[in-house]
Design a protein around this ligand. Structure first.
Ligand code: AMP
Ligand code: MG
Length: 413
């Protein structure tokens, strides 16, 4: 029997990052960067004003105060988007808007509020006053955003393996990148197997249940930024399973559920081994002890257990890290916390992923309560869970107060 860590290590050996493709920046959100991005130019690209006011030389207004303001002739107007035609001469000022380039010779901006000009008159194309009264001294650099203050040309902006967030695509836009190198999205085939299964839109019949794993695993795959391809439901026959698998030949990964318990394995095993290999592993995990792994026509294949909780937990523990590796995300950074068990729990000595609800105690401790039945067939135990409490191997009794890691589904407040 493999430990969870051994099984995962063996699985991950079969995966390496997929090739790079270039997508339009507008499509890059949520994708994984394939290459590090260095700034091609400074941000901001020129020194500019951080406020609406008057560009001056700080030395010219060093004595200004409300009692003895300094009057300067206004020799130019610099709206955002324009470029000053002439440098600022000593003893003069130019009206300047937020984001407009600082004229050569100026080293500070006096906010309009500290002049006799009114912010209400500080609009585009409003008449330029002949002179301005400055009521306060400002230090050199006041109200100025120096060139490269945000990002220096050549600096590393984003590392490879980064899943792009909103601010990330923003900075790429700021650097004028219209196309972004990202890792190709893994395509994942998903097959439900079992004579008892009906698609959700078909009314229940005697002895039948609706297929929960198909849609739930498609969602799990999508959540990671991969592309699901649902192969449908195959009955418990070699021909049916083999037939459905034909549509997966060009996928990056194949997942099936059910038919991997020792008695039931034969159908899936025979279908897979017609064009590949399959080993049934006994893994020291609860839920989900039997796990099949192999390949079909060279495509890595996971045979997950049929019980919905087992299917989703083994997906999380074994398939998720493999898909992340395909995406070039080296660390499978699962959101984790440490919680204190608030009611006695037990395990059979396998590494157990117990479905728990979490509560923050008044003193800040994070408390874990069982969601009730821990049957691997009871999907409500997952629906009601805030996370999976990880009970280590060989711990059979878990007394109240035991502190254990929790794999979080929700952000914990
Ligand atoms: P098996 O691995 O075929 O022995 O299935 C184990 C249990 O999971 C049985 O109770 C099945 O009815 C159930 N099961 C298998 N596949 C699904 C599915 N796609 N959706 C919901 N339950 C399933
Ligand atoms: Mg079955």
């Amino acid at each position: 029997m493999y430990s969870v860590d051994e099984a995962l290590e063996r699985i991950l050996r079969h995966f390496a990052p997929l090739p790079t493709e270039h997508v339009r920046l507008e499509e890059a959100f949520g994708r994984v960067l394939a290459q590090p991005i260095h700034a091609t130019h400074d941000l901001p690209p020129f020194p500019n004003s951080a406020l609406d006011g008057y560009a001056v030389r700080a030395a010219d207004v060093a004595t200004a105060s409300s009692e003895s303001p300094v009057r300067l002739p206004v020799i130019g107007d610099i709206p955002a988007g324009s470029f000053p035609q002439a440098p600022l001469r000593a003893g003069t000022a130019m009206r300047i808007m937020t984001g407009a380039p600082l004229p050569e010779g100026a080293d500070a901006v006096v906010p309009v509020e500290q002049t006799d000009d009114a912010p209400s008159r500080f609009a585009l194309n409003s008449p330029l006053p002949e002179s301005v009264l400055v009521r306060a001294a400002v230090p050199s650099g006041n109200g100025v955003r120096p060139v490269g203050e945000d990002v220096r040309a050549g600096a590393l902006v984003l590392s490879a393996g980064r899943r792009l967030r909103a601010a990330d695509v923003g900075i790429l836009a700021g650097l004028g990148m219209a196309h972004v190198p990202v890792v190709r999205r893994p395509v994942v085939a998903i097959l439900s197997t079992g004579d008892e299964l009906l698609p959700p839109h078909v009314p229940l019949a005697k002895g039948k249940i609706h297929d929960m794993n198909g849609v739930a695993l498609c969602a799990s795959v999508q959540e990671l930024g991969c592309v699901p391809r649902f192969l449908g439901i195959a009955s418990d026959s070699v021909e049916a399973v083999y037939g459905r698998l034909q549509a997966a030949a060009d996928c990056d990964v194949i997942i099936s559920t059910a038919g991997v318990s020792v008695g039931a394995l034969d159908v899936v095993k025979e279908a897979i081994t017609r064009r590949g290999t399959l080993s049934l592993w006994r893994v020291n995990i609860r839920p989900g002890k039997p796990l099949a792994f192999g390949d079909f026509g060279g495509v890595p294949f996971f045979g997950l257990p049929g019980n919905p909780v087992s299917a989703l937990v083994t997906f999380d523990v074994f398939v998720r890290p493999a898909l992340l590796k395909l995406l070039g995300i080296a660390h499978s950074d699962v959101p984790q916390a440490t919680a204190e068990v608030a009611e006695p729990m037990n395990s059979d000595g396998r590494r157990t992923y117990a479905r728990v609800k979490l509560q923050r105690a008044a003193d800040g401790r994070l408390l874990a309560f069982s969601t009730g039945t821990q049957s691997s067939g009871a999907i409500s135990s997952l629906v009601n869970a805030d996370g999976l409490l990880i009970i280590p191997e060989s711990m059979t009794e878990v007394p109240v107060g035991t502190r254990l890691p929790v794999r979080l589904f929700n952000q914990v407040l």
